[in-house]
Ligand binder design. Structure first.
Ligand SMILES: Nc1nc2c(ncn2[C@@H]2O[C@H](COP(=O)(O)OP(=O)(O)OP(=O)(O)O)[C@@H](O)[C@H]2O)c(=O)[nH]1
Ligand SMILES: [Mg+2]
Length: 245
């Protein structure tokens, strides 16, 4: 039964009731569980993976280790290879922090432009930051890798959209708290990473249903660029109705 699958995925009882109230007996009996759940999720959540020409600068924010850099590498490759777009990647770097996966190295291997900017210049919008943006003028899309900041930059950036990266395996309360903490960055959409590491999908769905932000991208594995997809109710429906862990 559908309800048992949702219980098995550790979905909160209140959320199960919310999901089930929109499902008729006939629908449950006639359609595969995965499709029924995907249908309900597409009523309850918003999905939007578009990149607007007006806000072509996307900044990825989120906690350390969430998967921001990996997601940017995947997205940059995909936009270049599949859509033939000119992409620039920007790394916000702090002198006293060791970098993990480095977008500069990735850029030189793939031929995707990379620019580094000091954190202080980025936050203050100094001439050095503006020169870096001018260097990205030719790019159709600019992807900025933030350093996990929650602080608000000194300058408003109308042309920049912030997207928050959330790690799927976290507990529901951790996810909700983190989304609240990052409200200060003004993020308008969410990307979810590490879906492949998520044993039970319930806590993630509980958290996603508690905020009114569209979902943009799903990162579903460590491989660059393969493990990236536009966020979809279909993927979440599959996760919520699987029985093996
Ligand atoms: N399995 C899996 N691993 C991932 C995924 N995304 C990222 N990772 C791994 O998670 C680790 C952290 O990813 P990063 O992209 O460096 O995370 P970050 O948010 O940039 O971290 P900071 O730069 O420290 O803020 C790396 O080992 C990645 O390979 C994913 O979707 N699935
Ligand atoms: Mg990083």
């Amino acid at each position: 039964m559908l309800q048992d699958l949702l219980v098995g995925q550790r979905l909160h009882p209140k959320v199960i009731a919310r999901m089930m109230c929109g499902v008729s007996f006939e629908e449950e009996a006639s359609k595969p569980a995965e499709r029924v759940v995907a249908g309900r999720l597409s009523d309850l959540l918003r999905f939007d993976a578009r990149i607007s020409a007006k806000r072509r600068i996307l900044e990825f924010v989120g906690p350390n280790g969430a998967g921001k850099t990996t997601l940017i590498a995947k997205l940059a490759s995909r936009l270049k290879e599949a859509f033939n777009l000119r992409v620039a990647m920007v790394g916000v770097e702090s002198r006293n922090l060791a970098q993990g996966f480095h977008l500069g190295t990735f850029g030189s291997l793939t031929g995707i432009a990379f620019h580094a900017v000091e954190r202080a210049d980025y936050m203050r919008g100094t001439p050095a930051y503006r020169r870096m943006l001018t260097a990205c003028d030719e790019a159709d899309v600019v992807l900025i890798d933030s350093d996990g900041r929650t602080a608000v930059p000194d300058v408003r950036r109308e042309e920049t959209e912030s997207i928050m990266v959330l790690p799927a395996p976290w507990r529901s309360d951790e996810l909700v708290e983190t989304m609240k903490r990052y409200e200060s960055t003004g993020y308008s959409r969410l990307a979810v990473s590490k879906l492949d590491c998520c044993g039970f999908a319930g806590p993630l769905i509980d958290a996603l249903l508690s905020v009114d932000k569209p979902l943009a991208f799903f990162s579903c594995g460590p491989r660059v660029p393969q493990d990236l997809e536009p966020a979809s109710a279909r993927r979440l429906g599959r996760m919520l109705t699987q029985v093996l862990h």
